[in-house]
Design a protein around this ligand. Structure first.
Ligand code: FAD
Length: 436
C-alpha cells in the first residue's frame, strides 16, 4: 500500500486493545488506529459494574461480569503471548486482576489516547472506490458521541471487536407466559444474596451455569441445574440437583422437564449464552448470514470472502480468547500488508462451506459450529504459517487440555490449583493451593 492504511477498531475490550497494540507496532504501514468505545472505560467484559439493563443512551449494559467471578482459565493461558500477568497472582484470578492487566497493557503500548470513549459506532458500510489499479473498497464509519454529535470517517479497514456477551440468548420455552416467578438471564446476574433460600432453576450448564449454581447453593438457594449434557460432578454438600432440559411451563406455572417431571420455582435463570449482534452492519451487504448463534461465511472465522478488509475478531467459542485475538489480529494485519495472498472469493467461500459440512457430518449442531475447543491449536498454527508469525507455544495447548480435565473432574475446586510454565513445552503444578 503506497500510503499508510487507516484502520477503525470497534470496541476497547481485550480484542480491540489487541488490534490497537499490533497496529501501533506497525506505523510504517498503518496510521494510528481510531478505537471507538461506546462506554467511558476500557476492558469490555472485564469492567465490572453493578448496573444491569440499559445505559442512559438506551444501549444495553455491555458487561456480564459477576461480582465474585474468578477466571475459568489460568493466567498462564489467558495472557497475551508477549505480556504476562503479574507472577504473584494465583493462576485463577478474581476478575478485577484481569481489568488491571488490561489497563497495564493499554499503558505499556500507549493505546488509551487513541480510544474515542463514549462514542458508539452506529453504522459501518462499504464504499466502492475507483483506483489506478481498479476497484477497491473503503469503509464509512458513522459514530455518535454521548453528547449527540454524529461523525462520519472513512477507513481502509475495520476491525470488529464489539464482543458477543451482551445480547442474551433466550431459547423459547412453550408456556413461559404462565411462569409466575422471576425470569432472568445470567447477563443480569451479579451476586447470589438476593436468591438466598429461594428455589432457582438454572438453565444451561456451561461455565456460567455451573459457576452461578455453585454461588447460589452457597447462600442456601435450592438449585436445580437443568441441562442436556452428561451429569456434571458437583460436590454433594452443595445439594445442587441436576435435571434434564426444561421443555415447557404448565398452566399452573410449574416447569416441566424433558423426563416428564415437574417443579415449581421462584426463579428461572437462563445461562443459555449470547446472540451475535452487529447492529451497525447490514450483513447481507457483506454477503453474510448472521444468526443468533452463528455467522457465515467467514474465511478462517475472520473475514467475509467478498470483503477481505473487514475483520471479525473473536467470534469463536471455547477458546483461549486473548491468544486467539492475538493470532487473528496478526493474520489480519498480514492480509492488509499484502504479505498473505488470499485465495479467490469463490475458493474462500468453498473452503468455509467444506468446513461447515465437515462439522455437520460429524453431528455438530448449528449452534456449536463456532466452538473450537481443542481444534483451536491447529487453527493458530495455520494462521501463523500463512501469516508468517510465531505460533503459540505447545505448552499452552497442553495446559489448556489439563485444565479442561480438572474442571470436569471438580468444577468447584479446580480453581485452587496453581500452575507454572517451565518452558515452551512443559508446565508444572505449584504446591501452594489458592484458598477461596
Ligand atoms: P468485550 O470484552 O465484550 O468488549 C467489547 C467492547 O466493545 C466493549 O467495551 C463494548 O462497550 C464495545 N462496543 C460494543 N459495541 C460497540 C459499538 N457499537 N461502538 C463502540 N463500542 C462498542 N475469557 C477468558 O479468557 N477467561 C475467563 O475466565 C473468562 N470468563 C468469562 C466470564 C464471563 C461471565 C463472560 C461473559 C466472559 C468470559 N470470558 C473469559 C470471555 C471474555 O468475554 C473474553 O475474555 C473477552 O472479554 C472478549 O473480549 P472482546 O474484546 O471480544 O469483547
Amino acid at each position: 500500500m503506497e500510503r499508510r492504511a487507516r484502520v477503525a477498531v470497534i470496541g476497547a475490550g481485550p480484542a480491540g486493545l489487541c488490534a490497537a497494540r499490533h497496529i501501533l507496532s506497525r506505523l510504517e504501514a498503518f496510521d494510528p488506529p481510531v478505537i471507538y468505545e461506546m462506554t467511558d472505560h476500557l476492558g469490555g467484559t472485564w469492567y465490572y459494574e453493578e448496573r444491569v439493563g440499559k445505559y442512559e443512551n438506551g444501549y444495553p449494559v455491555q458487561s456480564s461480569m459477576y461480582r465474585d467471578l474468578r477466571t475459568n482459565l489460568p493466567k498462564e493461558i489467558m495472557m497475551f503471548p508477549d505480556f504476562p500477568f503479574d507472577d504473584r497472582l494465583p493462576s485463577f484470578m478474581h476478575h478485577s486482576s484481569v481489568q488491571q492487566y488490561l489497563e497495564k497493557y493499554c499503558q505499556r503500548y500507549d493505546i488509551a489516547r487513541h480510544i474515542k470513549f463514549n462514542t458508539v459506532v452506529e453504522k459501518v458500510k462499504p464504499v466502492s472506490m475507483e483506483t489506478e489499479t481498479g476497484g477497491a473498497v473503503t469503509w464509512e464509519v458513522i459514530s455518535r458521541s454521548t453528547c449527540g454529535d454524529q461523525k462520519t470517517q472513512t477507513f481502509d479497514s475495520v476491525f470488529i471487536c464489539n464482543g458477543h456477551y451482551s445480547d442474551p440468548h433466550l431459547p423459547y420455552i412453550p408456556g413461559i407466559e404462565h411462569f409466575k416467578g422471576k425470569v432472568l438471564h445470567s447477563h443480569a446476574y451479579r451476586y447470589p444474596e438476593p436468591f438466598a433460600n429461594k428455589s432457582v432453576v438454572v438453565l444451561g450448564a456451561r461455565a456460567s451455569g455451573v459457576d452461578i449454581s455453585i454461588e447460589l447453593a452457597k447462600v442456601n438457594a435450592q438449585v436445580i441445574l437443568s441441562h442436556n449434557r452428561p451429569t456434571i460432578s458437583l460436590p454433594p454438600p452443595l445439594g445442587i440437583r441436576q435435571a434434564s432440559a426444561v421443555v415447557g411451563v404448565l398452566e399452573d406455572g410449574s416447569l416441566q422437564f424433558q423426563d416428564g417431571s415437574v417443579t415449581q420455582a421462584d426463579v428461572l435463570l437462563f445461562c443459555t449464552g449470547y446472540n451475535f449482534n452487529f447492529p451497525f452492519l447490514c450483513p447481507s451487504d457483506l454477503g453474510l448470514d448472521v444468526q443468533d448463534l452463528f455467522v457465515t461465511p467467514l474465511y478462517k472465522y475472520l473475514l467475509p470472502p467478498g470483503f477481505p478488509s473487514i475483520f471479525f475478531i473473536g467470534i469463536c467459542k471455547i477458546i483461549c480468547p486473548f491468544i486467539h485475538f492475538d493470532c487473528q489480529v496478526k493474520f489480519a494485519l498480514a492480509v492488509l500488508e499484502g504479505s498473505v495472498e488470499l485465495p479467490t472469493q469463490e475458493e474462500m467461500e468453498k473452503e468455509v462451506q467444506r468446513e461447515v459440512q465437515r462439522k455437520q457430518d460429524t453431528g455438530v449442531q448449528m449452534k456449536h459450529l463456532l466452538n473450537l475447543e481443542n481444534d483451536q491449536w491447529d487453527y493458530y498454527l495455520d494462521l501463523a504459517r500463512v501469516g508468517r508469525f510465531t505460533p503459540p507455544q505447545p505448552v499452552l495447548e497442553s495446559l489448556f487440555k489439563e485444565v479442561s480435565i480438572q474442571r470436569q473432574k471438580d468444577p468447584q475446586k479446580y480453581r485452587q490449583i496453581n500452575y507454572r510454565l517451565i518452558d515452551a513445552t512443559q508446565w508444572e503444578l505449584l504446591e501452594a493451593p489458592t484458598e477461596q
